[in-house]
Design a protein around this ligand. Structure first.
Ligand code: GZL
Length: 325
């Protein structure tokens, strides 16, 4: 009898070992043993930047041996909240997400905290006053990105008396990048009264909406000098509208954009966009590294700022072939 029980126990132990190894041989050990599971709620698939960000997160999870549960919220906050609740139900080891908008997260983040599941913010942040609701925020400084755009325009326009009429295509209403890129840009150009933002509206970070809003801008503003677009996708949609109106993008209307995705850099090299402020989507490896540290109860910085640069038309021509996204 004893032999039979010991044989069963051996089979049982082997089975558990195989299961955990089967999920990823080089799997990152979860607190209780086995492979780490991460629940990731992504904003959507609205732009070239988002596609590259999703790929970076998925590839990095694979490399780190982390079992990634991934959901696409189609740019709806309620879908992200549902996904986070489902990850809590599934008892994942760690939750990471890019909040589509800044507000309305405290309740669900408190539920994660009460379930002892650490949360990492990536790409965009939240406006919660309670900083214990997440372990760290990994992403760009969007205010600085807006300042960089404003500084380039100030330098570019220094010999012009003005007025310099600007239209602005904002990102998704209520999102951190839209709020912060707007404020950083306004902070810099606000120093000189010759700069006039004659129209500013959300294009929701998409090409289609960017084109639609730019068409409306062109109809109601006969002499636009500059377009400031919060991302390349909206800038590319706006280029279609500008050309449709018989004007030359990059010449009749200077275009400043943010992201530096391949299609944006191509338009920059072609002279249709005038300047791009980079916003790197390649956050995957840093995210997985932070997750491992959090699960190992190691200290992590409250804020990890992404490194990124800017591109002129000449610089774009030089680097275009080597761009990763
Ligand atoms: C920025 C990111 C923004 C990109 C857009 O970190 O949240 O969302 O600039 C994307 O292209 O849609």
């Amino acid at each position: 009898m004893l032999k039979k029980i010991s044989a069963l126990v051996l089979v049982g132990v082997t089975a558990v070992a195989l299961t955990s190894c089967g999920k990823g041989d080089s799997g990152t050990a979860a607190p209780g043993g086995g492979t780490t599971t991460m629940g990731f709620s992504q904003v959507g698939a609205e732009s070239g930047w988002r596609t590259a960000n999703t790929k970076s997160v998925q590839d990095a999870a694979k490399t780190a041996g982390i079992d990634l549960k991934f959901s696409d919220a189609q740019q709806k906050q309620e879908n992200q909240i549902k996904a986070i609740r489902s990850y809590i139900q599934q008892k994942v080891d760690v939750i990471a997400f890019s909040p589509v908008v800044e507000s309305g997260w405290d309740t669900v983040l408190k539920e994660a905290k009460n379930a002892n599941i650490p949360v990492i913010l990536t790409d965009r942040s939240v406006d919660s006053a309670d900083k214990t609701l997440y372990k760290t925020f990994l992403g760009s400084d969007f205010v600085e990105e807006g300042r960089k755009a404003g500084k380039w325009l100030t330098e570019e326009s220094k010999s012009e008396a003005g007025p310099v009429n600007i239209v602005e295509l904002q990102g998704t209403t209520g999102s951190a990048p839209a709020n912060d890129r707007k404020s950083g840009f306004a902070e810099v150009i606000g120093a000189d009264p010759k700069f006039k933002i004659v129209a500013s509206q959300s294009g929701d970070f998409t090409r289609a909406k960017g084109k639609e809003v730019m068409e409306a801008f062109l109809k109601s503003n006969p002499d636009i000098d500059v377009l400031y677009a919060h991302n390349d996708d909206m800038a590319l949609g706006a280029i279609e509208a500008i050309e449709g109106a018989g004007k030359v993008p990059g010449k009749d209307i200077k275009i400043i954009s943010v992201d530096a995705v391949k299609d944006g850099m191509q338009a920059l090299a072609d002279g249709k966009i005038s300047y791009i402020v980079e916003c790197s989507p390649l956050l995957g490896p840093q995210l997985m590294d932070l997750a491992k540290k959090v699960l190992a109860k190691e200290d992590v910085p409250a804020r990890v700022v992404t490194e990124e640069t800017t591109f002129t038309q000449e610089q774009a021509k030089k680097v275009l072939a080597s761009r990763q996204y």
